[in-house]
Write a protein that binds this ligand. Sequence first.
Ligand SMILES: [Zn+2]
Length: 163
Amino acid sequence: MGIFGHCAVGLAAKPAAPKAPLGVLLLATVILDVLATAFGWVGIEGVKAGIPWSHGLFMSAIWSVAAAFLVARIFHDQRAGVVVGLLVFSHWVLDFISHPIPFSSFSWRSWQWSYGHPLPPDLPLLFAGSPKVGLGLYNSISATQATALELGMLVLGAAVYVT
Ligand SMILES: [Zn+2]
């Protein structure tokens, strides 16, 4: 899923963790993508290696628990820690539903990505070589529909946040 869909969850979670800054909640929802970018730079993730360290089910659980402990410590708030841990893991759940995303063939000009040849799942359960999963929602809906879905989620999340 893209950044809007993930951030929507962070906005909606604010009432559950009033003491945690919104920025921390939003960062928690996209931290796996931040890690993927960083791991791509250092070369341990990429087109060939896949994304087991940032988006593997096992490592996602590890990052979630680590984030929970870190935030609980920093803010002296167990509740904030639990919420942040769940937010980090919500990223994996949303990606599990939406991945694989045919971004490689996305055209900004036509706001379209190609379908007709579904991509294989790209979220490993463990590490390299382990089975990969993903329900592939974004493989079966158009880029416009996906964008509408994410903006809809963002509006809902913002509505929860302001009320
Ligand atoms: Zn992701």
